[in-house]
Design a protein around this ligand. Structure first.
Ligand code: AMP
Length: 354
């Protein structure tokens, strides 16, 4: 068996966990990331320190890798396409296109037969006022591109809100207004598709956000078997629709009647799937490596109920408490400095074995 190299664009904690999973299956990893000594490079075989769209760096990454993947969805599409001319890039660059722009994403989901919130493109203050008028003054205004963890958003809760200036307040960039979804809970599905088209889905997780950032993922989610099946079916449709290879994270709102509204997709391993490393034999990270390397997918079955909690900023000060907790897996990301809102690590506590 010759050792193959998986190139990873992006050097954060997701790249780090992918590199660790790759090493266990005897793959080498090479990280492309402008920040030296990034979390991923600390555990990988090498790093190219350069911008994600640096043509020389992209050529080097392609030359030194057998397959290339990525750990964040804002990889420039042209960079992924450039590499794909010499080595396979998984998930396919088309998935980046679908995930980078909320308007394209919603249209794509609807084309796959997956329900989303109603939405309007907003390219001016006038558009915003018209759209809010159509949605009864309620909605969530979001930047179409580059929003994450609730950043670049503004919530309108009814006519009491002053609509003046919302377009400018979000930077006068292309926006989308989504109708306000009165959901009962939020869930996500982590799903994988192999090169041969096989699909494997993990159980849906129930997610709680704090200040727009994922706080906990709990398994099982408090949803019916029908809702769980519908979420898994939607994720499968999406994967087939994109001819996808790799792991995807798909977030949904669950309405009080149990029906689902898709919120967003992430063409990568996902924070709400970190629990899989403690409560499944095959984690989402190994599943992604298996998929992009052309290995058979692993069994996504969950052996335990669990709660994953993110350690954000000062939460890291509670480390000793978490380390002392039984049945708890602590995972830290190798970041020297804890800043407010910065993901420093996560813990997964097994609640009960199934
Ligand atoms: P997002 O960046 O799209 O994941 O949104 C961040 C959070 O804002 C979500 O997890 C929801 O809690 C809330 N949110 C986003 N869109 C909507 C919506 N259309 N209606 C109600 N709440 C929303």
């Amino acid at each position: 068996m010759s050792t193959k190299t998986i190139g990873i664009i992006g050097g954060g904690q997701l790249g780090r966990m992918l590199a660790m999973a790759a090493a266990r299956l005897s793959y080498k990893t090479l990280i492309l990331e402008p920040q030296a000594d990034c979390p991923a490079a600390q555990v990988a075989n090498g790093q190219i320190v350069a911008a994600y769209d640096d043509p020389t760096a992209l050529a080097e990454l392609a030359a030194r890798s057998d397959v290339v993947t990525y750990e964040f969805e804002n990889v420039p599409v042209h960079a992924a396409e450039t590499i794909a001319r010499s080595v396979p890039v998984y998930p396919p660059p088309k998935a980046l296109e679908a995930a980078q722009d909320r308007l394209v994403e919603k249209r794509f989901l609807n084309d796959c037969g997956i329900k989303t919130a109603d939405f309007r493109a907003v390219d001016s203050q006038k558009d915003l006022e018209l759209a809010l008028g159509e949605f009864g003054g309620k909605g969530v205004l979001k930047t179409r591109r580059l929003g994450y963890d609730g950043k670049g958003q503004r919530v309108y809760r009814g006519s009491q809100d002053n609509t003046d200036g919302g377009f400018a307040a979000l930077g006068s960039v292309p926006l989308i207004l989504e109708s306000f979804v009165s959901f009962a809970r939020e869930i996500s599905v982590i799903a994988a598709r192999g090169i041969d088209g096989t699909i494997a889905c993990y159980d849906p997780a129930e997610n709680v956000h704090r200040d727009g950032i994922l706080h906990t993922s709990t398994l099982p989610a408090a949803i019916s078997a029908e809702t769980a099946t519908a979420a898994i079916e939607a994720a499968s449709k999406l994967l087939d629709g994109l001819g996808y290879v790799g792991v995807v994270g798909m977030e949904f709102f669950v309405l009080p009647d149990g029906s689902l509204v898709a919120n967003e997709i992430a063409p990568r391993v996902h924070n709400s799937g970190h629990w899989t490393e403690a409560a499944c034999v095959i984690s989402q990270f190994e599943q992604h490596i298996r998929a992009v390397a052309g290995l058979p997918l692993g069994d996504p079955i969950r052996h335990s109920d669990c709660v994953m909690t993110n350690l954000i900023g000062d939460d890291i000060l509670q480390l000793d408490t978490w380390l002392a907790r039984p049945q708890t897996l602590v995972h830290l990301y190798g970041k020297a400095e804890a800043r407010p809102g910065r993901k420093m690590g996560h813990v997964t506590e097994l609640v009960q074995s199934n």
